[in-house]
Design a protein around this ligand. Structure first.
Ligand code: ZN
Length: 172
């Protein structure tokens, strides 16, 4: 037993890898007076192997209460465990890659959103200008119409004057 916890040392168990062995730890405390925790190792050397120890194991100032519950895995089990762990790691890498791509897409999407917003604003400004120009054009067209009407009236008056003059001349 590699432990500094007195409760673990005093635990009433024989070193057998059996159910009573695990039960001997239930309710037991480690050197830091914390309840012992049963965990599963996921290291490449001991994949899936159950252990019991201090809940703060590996943290600063924690006690070193630790022991394996299950026997060391045989070569075949080790091979399977390592293969599974490697596959898990590959999956993790893929997930990280997908997450990175997703993050980049999100960032691009935000940029596009910004560009779209700016384009929309420019479009609105252009529409407003176009409406102003249409109004000005209408005003100019109205002015043109007035000019045309005056020209026509002047021509008619000239014709009338000439007609009156001709009438006067023929009367004499
Ligand atoms: Zn502890």
């Amino acid at each position: 037993m590699t432990t500094g916890g007195s409760s673990l040392r005093n635990s009433n168990y024989s070193c057998q890898h059996s159910k009573p062995f695990v039960e001997a730890f239930v309710g037991g405390t480690c050197g830091c007076k914390k309840q012992l925790q049963i965990r599963t190792s996921w290291t490449k050397k001991n994949p899936g192997r159950k252990l019991v120890g201090c809940p703060n194991y590996n943290k600063p100032n924690a006690c070193k209460a630790f022991d394996w519950i299950e026997p060391e895995v045989c070569d075949k089990e080790m091979e399977i465990g390592v293969t599974l762990l490697t596959r898990l790691e590959e999956k993790d890498d893929k997930i990280k890659l997908v997450e990175a791509i997703n993050q980049e897409l999100k960032s691009n999407n935000e940029k596009l959103h910004h560009v779209t917003y700016n384009l929309s604003r420019t479009n609105n400004a252009l529409l407003h200008k176009m409406q102003e120009m249409e109004t000005q054009l209408k005003t100019l067209q109205n002015g043109q119409n007035v000019c045309n009407a005056i020209s026509r009236m002047v021509i008619i008056m000239w014709i009338l004057t000439i007609v009156v003059l001709i009438c006067n001349m023929t009367r004499k």
